[in-house]
Ligand binder design. Structure first.
Ligand code: FMN
Length: 331
């Protein structure tokens, strides 16, 4: 069975990518992932704040603000909390690149179209085959409209892609008014792909100690549904290559994501939980399913369950929504 696909113009032997996470921190694990069959690997993110920390501007703005109140000191991680500072990140990237022959994707995480983005070029020089730009942002400032924030993201993507010789995928959140419009704009700004979606780590509140609790729970397959919906909507409506991140745990999840419109799927929680050999099991399951259902290649099933053939997806979506609500009964 031909499981090959392409992602951001890179030929991949199969669609399964080890997503951005601590999985790529260890060279031994990186090799095990390649041996298990992973088609590419994404490094954890280097954050805008980490890079800015190295510049004078950081001290004028963030540190001064930090020390203004006791609580403010907790806003951002201290530099010791980051596992890899900017220089170490580049050195590690070079080592990962030398350790494996599959494509290695670096990850930058930030939102402002400023100097920190020059790290994209350094990542390319260090050997990254592609860049994932994680545009994680929680809009809290009421003075900025959604349109302004989206424009800023588009500018950021334009700035990072201009002159960069490796392709860029943007990792998005689902919370935009019109993802379809934004994804088209991101494509025009130079992005080659989109990763759907970022996972939001929702803080909880400790009511006894008046503290905010940072929780990191691994995902389960229920998180896939939101991804399936948007993959199905965006497929064919944007020039971006789509990748699914969030809730992919089994061969069934992989096939659903591909049918919705993903060219690749990224796994993190499942691999952190079960180990790298899970890649081999899931790929074997995908191959078996495709064979049993008489597909000739994996690429044949990409987008087959997308809304591309539906003339008015918005009506389709509303139709489903109405049907579900109308059928519900109180028993
Ligand atoms: C421990 C951990 C660390 C992560 N670090 C990053 C990161 O540095 N950058 C990033 O873009 N995503 C990061 N993610 C998010 C994953 O790449 C992925 O989008 C998310 O976990 C959903 O996929 P999953 O359901 O397969 O876990 C991290 C996830 C976990 C669990």
């Amino acid at each position: 069975m031909d499981l090959s696909t392409t992602w951001l113009g890179l030929p991949l032997k199969n669609p399964l990518i080890a997503g951005a996470s601590p999985l790529a921190d260890d060279l031994g694990m990186v090799r095990q992932l390649e041996d298990a069959g992973a088609a590419a690997i994404v490094l954890r993110s280097l954050f805008e704040e980490q890079i800015e920390r190295d510049t004078a501007g950081y001290f004028d703005t963030v540190v001064a603000h930090h020390e203004s109140t006791a609580e403010a000191a907790h806003f951002l991680p201290q530099s010791s909390e980051y596992l890899l500072g900017p220089e170490k990140y580049l050195a590690h990237l070079e080592k990962v690149k030398k350790a494996v022959s599959i494509p290695v994707v670096a990850s930058l995480n930030g939102i402002t179209p400023t100097g920190w983005l020059s790290y994209a070029n350094l990542m390319a020089e260090a050997g990254a085959d592609a860049l994932e730009l994680n545009l994680y942002h929680v809009a809290t400032d009421a003075r900025h409209s959604g349109a302004e924030l989206e424009q800023q993201l588009v500018e950021t993507v334009h700035k990072v892609t201009s002159g960069l010789r490796i392709p860029v995928a943007v990792k998005l959140s689902p919370y935009y008014s019109s993802l379809s419009h934004l994804s088209v704009a991101l494509g025009h700004a130079g992005a080659r792909g989109a990763v759907l979606f970022n996972r939001f780590y929702q803080p909880d509140i400790d009511i006894e100690n008046l503290d905010v609790l940072q929780t990191l729970k691994l995902s389960d397959s229920s998180e896939l549904l939101l991804r399936l919906r948007w993959l199905a909507i965006l497929y064919g409506r944007t020039q971006l290559d789509l990748s699914c991140s969030g809730g992919v745990h089994s061969e069934v999840d992989v096939i659903k994501a591909l049918m919705a419109g993903a060219r690749t799927v990224q796994m993190v929680s499942e691999l952190l939980h079960c180990g790298p050999q899970r890649v081999t099991e899931v790929l074997a399951g995908v191959e078996q399913w495709l064979t049993e259902h008489e597909y000739e290649s994996l690429s044949q099933c990409i987008g087959t369950m997308s809304l591309w053939r539906c003339p008015n997806p918005a009506a389709f979506e509303r139709g489903n929504y109405m049907r579900i609500l109308q059928r519900a009964r109180y028993t």
